[in-house]
Design a binder for this molecule. Structure first.
Ligand SMILES: Cc1ncc(COP(=O)(O)O)c(C=O)c1O
Length: 353
């Protein structure tokens, strides 16, 4: 139930029945990619024969896992599991490695689903505050639990802890470390080599962001084969449908297309962050496809959020500690970014002559 509420909050602005009036909405609230997926993905979906729809899909997504292992530099598909979105894989990690009553460690703030998954499982979420620069603290390293969720880059700040910090975590933490790399294709570096070096490390990725496939629900986790085996044991038999498997395979094979979109998003991200700073927002250096725009002036961040919404521009506002004076804004196309900045200049009175 709680997760359902999170989902509804996540698509703030989409009140049932209101959709037709929101047709021209600029949607910058759930960090989707503003550019379309690879044409090769569309072609693969169009070419699916009726016969493929009639039969059950491959329960192990073997072709896709083999392609991932090759792309990400693993010895074979037994190092990878495919998920129905990364959210499914996060849930599988809890199901496989956590007992009710155990602790699950993460940071505050962080991706809200971690806490929800812990509570649904009867586990105890332990959220240790990030410092004022959204970096990990000694208190975090000094906390033990059965499993740790670490988003790198962090959501919703977009900030990356250094690789050395994640290395230290894998070395010193007694349980499983899930490194959530949902946004890492937009970052300067990643931790995809960690599963080879640390037997407790799982690196998860999603195809919802950099590959522009949020609607297809595709995620991957990489880890040493014994860990992947445990995850396979607790997944639904046919967790990826035949269309998702075809799309996933075509997408990973057209990797350069994804990198092209990522380069555009990163360029727009830097322009957006610079323009927001010039307006008086404080914006931590983002390694993601969104920025956290912190604002201490008037009108308040909540009022700016509402005023943007009145202009059919939807960003994300979290009315919670440490985020009540901030807006999380996904990086859109250049035109969407211009419209957002124009709206913000009007609402805040900054940059008007
Ligand atoms: C940090 C983080 N992890 C995981 C996910 C889940 O991605 P998916 O769409 O693959 O379920 C998201 C989605 O927004 C996210 O922000």
């Amino acid at each position: 139930m709680k997760h359902q509420r999170e989902i509804l909050r996540g698509v703030e602005g989409y009140v049932p029945g209101e959709q037709p009036r929101m047709a021209n909405v600029i949607k910058l609230n759930t960090n989707e990619n503003p550019y379309p997926p690879s044409p090769k993905v569309i072609e693969a979906l169009r070419k699916l024969p009726a016969e493929a729809l009639r039969k059950y899909p491959d329960p192990l997504s073997a072709d896709f896992r083999a392609a991932c292992a090759e792309r990400y530099g693993y010895p074979g598909p037994e190092w990878v599991i495919a998920g129905n979105g990364m959210d499914e894989l996060l849930a599988l990690a809890v199901r496989a490695f956590v007992d009710p009553g155990d602790d699950i460690l993460s940071t505050y703030p962080t991706y809200t689903l971690y806490e929800t998954l812990a509570l649904l499982h009867g586990a105890r979420p332990v959220l240790v505050d990030l410092d004022e620069n959204f970096q990990l603290t000694e208190a975090f390293f000094n906390t033990q639990a059965r499993l740790c969720f670490l988003p790198r880059p962090n959501a919703p700040s977009g900030v990356c802890p250094p690789r050395e910090a994640v290395e230290r975590l894998c070395r010193e933490f007694n349980g499983i470390v899930v490194i959530d790399e949902a946004y890492v294709d937009f970052s300067d570096d990643n931790c995809m080599d960690f599963p080879r070096r640390f037997e407790n490390a799982i690196v998860m990725r999603t195809f919802s962001k950099s590959f522009s496939l949020a609607g297809m629900r595709i995620g991957t986790a990489a880890a040493q084969p014994p860990i992947i085996n445990e995850l396979l044991k607790v997944k639904d038999s046919y967790n990826l449908n035949v269309a998702s498997q075809a799309a996933a395979l075509a997408a990973i094979r057209d990797y350069d297309y994804m990198l092209g979109n990522v380069a555009k998003v990163r360029a727009t991200r830097e322009r957006l962050a610079a323009a927001l700073r010039a307006m008086g927002f404080s914006v931590p250096a983002s390694q993601s496809n969104f920025v956290l725009a912190q604002w201490s002036g008037t009108p308040s961040a909540a009022e700016i959020f509402a005023a943007l919404r009145g202009r059919a521009i939807i960003v994300r506002y979290f009315p919670v500690r440490r985020l009540e004076n901030a807006l999380r804004i996904s990086v859109g196309t250049d035109a969407e970014t211009d419209a957002l900045l124009a709206g913000l200049r009007e609402i805040t009175g900054q940059g008007l002559v």
